[in-house]
Design a protein. Structure first.
Length: 400
């Protein structure tokens, strides 16, 4: 019998710049997202009516179905779907002026507040009719009405919902984010919306930042700037909402245990919540959500250890600060007008990479696990908010 040998060659540590707090190199996942995005750009050049972003997210989903989950890809896919997307928003800021930002934010308020009211009231009425439990319908309502997974995380830090409730809400929001990216641009063209009109509609009716930016980019040049400003203004609504929910829950203690009207307390979906940081930590078996609202796992753990600092960071994310800085720099005339078109092109390429990463991170099994009721509630609210937004826009500022 041959003697057993042991390879004593020491492991070569990864270079510091190749690693992120979540553990593992970002290179494999980022390279995959860029490759899928490149294919999407190629297909988009042949079928511009569909566009590269749509091909990228669909291609990513196809890759996820074929390859399945691979732990080595997770850090890079998270980096692409969050950091790259955030950077694209900052790049878009270099094409906007402060006057545009303020004007767009103020004129969008009637549409924004009306859509939010419909989402919150609809969550209560439709949620009760569908027998969705209180915490799940609250999370889905706030996520639909304000800012997707960010709002779910912030609200959960106040109401302390179960992990299953958070998973149901995240799966629901993710499903209709993808649906919005694939359908809103076509509907916008059928309605003959202007870029500004579509940006206002997308910014008030679509959930996550990533989906808003993607849909506006697919629609056409000029819509993304308006959509980003409206969306970031809408995101601020989470502050009064969480305050009101915290006050309401403090006055009305909930039951210690509550099977959710026939929905199981746990469904095997491994989402752990760093409640004090108001962030959703995506674990090995968790649903990977979308866009700028997601932090890498290690970052979320670090935030959980410093709740005060993390809460402030979540209240005003750093990329929003840099977006404002970029707008100010352009307002002061420090960005030549000749660079605006190239900046928009770069931002669109970054968005395509982020959407490819989102597609590659999709786990349809987790969406199926959420069940019919939360998805039905999400569908009702998605349609109601979309119709309310376009209706209020027609009644206040006009569609064209």
């Amino acid at each position: 019998m041959a003697p057993m040998t042991v390879d004593a060659t020491p492991a070569v540590p990864a270079r510091p710049h190749d690693r992120r707090p979540g553990g593992g190199s970002i290179v494999p996942g980022l390279a995959l997202a860029m490759a899928v995005a490149a294919v999407g750009e190629l297909l988009g050049s042949f079928v511009p009516l569909v566009g590269a972003p749509v091909f990228a997210i669909l291609g990513g989903i196809a890759v996820a179905l074929v390859r399945g989950r691979r732990a080595a890809l997770v850090p890079g896919l998270r980096f692409a779907s969050s950091r790259v997307l955030q950077a694209s928003v900052v790049v878009l800021g270099t094409t906007l002026s402060l006057r545009q930002v303020v004007h767009t934010g103020v004129t969008s308020l009637p549409v924004m507040l009306g859509s939010l009211a419909v989402a919150l009231v609809g969550a209560v009425v439709a949620g009760r009719a569908l027998r969705v439990d209180r915490d799940t319908r609250t999370l889905i309502g706030v996520g639909t009405g304000i800012c997707g997974v960010s709002a779910i995380a912030a609200t959960d830090s106040v109401i302390e919902a179960s992990e299953a409730d958070v998973a149901y809400a995240v799966a629901t929001i993710f499903t209709f984010n993808v649906a919005a990216v694939l359908t809103f641009p076509t509907i916008g063209h059928l309605l003959h919306l202007t870029p500004h009109g579509f940006g206002l509609w997308a910014g008030t009716a679509i959930n996550d930042v990533s989906s808003v930016v993607a849909a506006a980019t697919i629609f056409g040049h000029g819509a993304a700037g308006t959509a980003v400003v409206v969306k970031l203004t809408r995101t601020l609504m989470i502050i009064p909402i969480t305050i009101v929910l915290g006050w309401y829950r403090a006055r009305r203690p909930r039951a210690a245990t509550r099977p959710a009207d026939g929905m199981p307390v746990s469904d095997g979906v491994g989402v752990s919540v760093a409640r004090t940081a108001g962030s959703v930590l995506v674990g090995e078996r968790a649903l990977v959500g979308t866009g700028a609202e997601h932090a890498a796992g290690g970052e979320a753990r670090a935030e959980a250890e410093a709740p005060g600092r993390a809460a402030r960071r979540r209240l005003v994310p750093l990329f929003i600060v840099w977006f404002v800085v970029a707008v100010l720099v352009n307002t002061l005339g420090l960005v030549p007008a000749s660079l605006h078109a190239p900046a928009s092109t770069v931002a669109q390429w970054m968005i395509t990479i982020a959407l490819a990463a989102i597609g590659c991170s999709t786990h349809l099994g987790e969406i199926r696990r959420a069940g019919f009721r939360p998805l039905a509630l999400g569908a009702v609210l998605w349609v109601a908010v979309g119709l309310t937004s376009i209706g209020l826009q027609a009644a206040t500022v006009g569609l064209h």
